[in-house]
Design a protein around this ligand. Structure first.
Ligand code: AMP
Length: 284
């Protein structure tokens, strides 16, 4: 039985989603217009559809799994399981007002018209705060609404904040931190649960490996203790004797972010021939 996975066909999540699937070892040929693409080496089919349609397709069981943004999952408010954060498509949903607005805090938004393409999340957020607002649902170009005087504020997705600034808007409060998620249908047939778990494990291993590097170096045996203190590794570093007397090779997995600190420190305690390698997949 084939497991179908819904994948964004365009927009910000399209490329990174396709990339993570390929990196996990799925082999597929995607042509520009293809909607359903079989995975050559596994019993999987990728369905390329609009990012915002994916929560509904998964929730209704039309596909077994999907990749979409948490903001869209929350907006849909449908029963489905967000099984794995994927580490890309990071952004946050923020309320913002024109730079010269009197609004400083959430409570000051009481009575405001708020333009947004996320009316459900917006309504839920302000209702929970006890602040009465009116949403003005828009499909796109939310940030121009105050200038057109169709709204006093916006709730929009922000990553760098430059779009807000260009449109003369100032953020007031964050409603939601978002990133892409792997989601799973509540109607997944029993025959597909083990394949779905395999997909989750493989994607998780690719995501987990992205922030890690494999580190290899040679060192005098006497330096191993100081090296081990610097790089504890997943469990402990691997130490392999070399043909040269009193010399060993030390291997370990480290955080990519730590390299700037680690490499000079390792060199200082006597390590040499240091190599840094990418890791394709990692299952702790
Ligand atoms: P798109 O298809 O490009 O409109 O965006 C789809 C999804 O990408 C959004 O629902 C978010 O989950 C995510 N995203 C990440 N960064 C941003 C951003 N700066 N603006 C809009 N969407 C973003």
């Amino acid at each position: 039985m084939t497991l179908r996975i819904a994948v964004p066909n365009k927009g910000r999540l399209d490329e990174p989603a396709t990339e993570v699937l390929r990196q996990s070892g799925m082999r597929f040929e995607r042509t520009l217009r293809s909607l359903a693409v079989p995975v050559a080496n596994l019993d999987l089919e990728l369905l390329f559809v609009r990012t915002e349609d994916i929560p509904e397709l998964v929730s209704e069981g039309i596909v077994g799994m999907g990749i979409t943004g948490l903001d869209l999952i929350e907006e849909a408010g449908l029963p489905l399981e967000a099984v794995l954060p994927l580490g890309f498509g990071r952004c946050h949903l923020a309320a913002a007002v024109p730079a010269n607005s009197h609004v400083q805090a959430v409570e000051d938004l009481a009575g405001c018209r708020v333009a947004t393409s996320h009316p459900q999340v917006t309504n839920r957020f302000f209702a929970a705060k006890g602040v009465a607002i009116t949403t003005v649902p828009l499909r796109g170009s939310v940030e121009v609404a105050p200038r057109l005087d169709v709204a006093d504020a916006v709730v929009d997705l922000v990553s760098s904040g430059s779009t807000l600034r260009v449109n003369g808007l100032r953020p007031v409060v964050t409603l939601l931190e978002s990133q892409a998620y792997l989601i799973r249908s509540p109607y997944l047939p029993d025959q597909l649960t083990s394949l779905a778990t395999q997909v989750t494990t493989m994607l998780s291993s690719v995501i987990g490996a992205r922030s890690k590097r494999y580190l290899m170096m040679n060192a005098p045996t006497a330096a191993v203790e100081s090296i081990a203190r610097l790089i504890p590794g997943l469990a402990a570093p691997t130490v392999v004797p070399l043909a040269a007397e009193g010399q060993v090779a030390v291997h370990s997995v480290v955080d990519a972010d730590d390299l700037w600190r680690l490499l000079p420190a390792l060199s200082q305690v006597g390590a040499g021939g240091i190599l840094v390698l990418p890791i394709e997949a990692l299952i702790p």
